[in-house]
Design a protein around this ligand. Structure first.
Ligand code: F6P
Length: 344
């Protein structure tokens, strides 16, 4: 078969591991040929691609980013987009498409597979918010980077007797904040699934100052809602899937904390450092397992389905199910945060 791969949406460590494994098994086991469209769905519309071979993908499973580059391109919104995709795939004799991406990219994969394009998906996002999979690759790396940053912030917060608010990514899901906040021993962990109770935040920090620690570390997810204000947007722009750029809750919260407690407070937005650099061992392994499963899905003609991790197994579900809603934190995880907080 002649198979095309693409990576869409925000990049994430582990993408290259998926490409590596799919190409390797496809060529060695099935005798496939591969091309990679550049810049996500944009590359399909532009007929912009590179050949993928054993040589050209050698060693990429260790690298961060994506050798195929990425974009947030919504084919469904482009007049004639679907026809153009069909034409380009036909011109290049493509028998199947493997799309690596989060819910936005997969909404396009689903749309195309419903319009006769033989395609399958691989779930990608540092946000870990895709339904039906225990974890997406990239999440573990983002959490490790954020945890290391929190460790570093703790010592400088301590030296200067300050509160430092650390803003982490995750959109409307609090997975990164929850995991890095707990792993990093933050005194306050705030997730978008719960409204911020500013009086409680200040009480937790005062408890610290009253009990011999004259500093505090707060981890806040970028998608948290500030009372009476709501989510904070970096600017008024939205992407082609209608998502606003969330950024700034850390700074706003730091100001409020300082006003209310009198403690000197700073904020740090970890931003894209969370998506950069090499993947952790976990993400390299998970990415490669997803890649192996994706090429098997292609040969089993499992169109419109997406690879998922369930317990120890990589299996697949329909893309429809995977993108029906976002997977968010629930009571089990709120209880972890609550049980580890100071009792104020
Ligand atoms: O979905 C992944 C993510 O990193 C979110 O956590 C974040 O809100 C968004 O992408 C940032 O997007 P961009 O790279 O387009 O600024």
């Amino acid at each position: 078969m002649r198979v095309a791969l693409l990576t869409g949406g925000g990049d994430c460590p582990g993408l290259n591991a998926v490409i590596y494994a799919a190409v390797r098994k496809g060529i060695q086991t099935y005798g496939d040929e591969f091309i990679g469209f550049l810049n996500g769905w944009r590359g399909v519309l532009d007929n912009n691609w590179i050949p993928l071979t054993l040589d050209s993908t050698d060693g990429i499973q260790l690298k961060g980013g994506t050798i195929l580059h990425s974009s947030r391109t919504n084919v469904k919104k482009i007049p004639g987009g679907i026809e153009k995709v069909q034409e380009v795939l036909k011109t290049n004799n493509i028998d199947a498409l493997i799309a690596l991406g989060g819910d936005d990219t997969q909404s396009v994969t689903l749309f195309l597979s419903e319009h006769g394009v033989p395609s399958v998906g691989v779930p990608k996002t540092i946000d870990n918010d895709i339904n039906g999979t225990d974890t997406t690759f990239g999440f573990d790396t983002a959490v490790s980077i954020a945890t290391e940053a929190i460790d570093r912030i703790r010592t400088t917060a301590d030296s200067h007797n300050r509160v430092i608010v650390v803003e982490v990514m995750g959109r409307d899901a609090g997975w990164i904040a929850y995991a890095s906040g707990i792993a990093g021993g933050a005194h306050v962990v705030l997730v978008p699934e719960k409204d911020i109770d500013i009086e409680h935040v200040c009480a937790l920090l005062k408890y610290n100052y009253d009990h011999g620690k004259h500093y505090g570390v707060v981890v806040v997810a970028e998608g948290c809602h500030l009372p009476k204000v709501g989510q904070i947007m970096g600017d008024a722009k939205t992407d082609s899937f209608g998502h606003a750029r969330l950024s700034g809750i850390g700074e706003a919260l730091a100001k409020l904390i300082e006003e209310k407690t009198g403690f000197e407070t700073r904020s740090v937005n970890l931003g894209h450092t969370q998506r950069g650099g090499v993947p952790t061992a976990f993400d390299r392994l998970l990415g490669q397992r997803y890649g192996l499963h994706a090429i098997d899905m292609v040969h089993d003609k499992k169109w419109g389905r997406i690879a998922v991790l369930k317990g120890l197994d990589v299996t697949d579900i329909t893309i429809k199910e995977a993108i029906a809603s976002n997977r968010r934190l629930d009571e089990r995880f709120f209880n972890v945060i609550k049980d580890l907080e100071a009792k104020v």
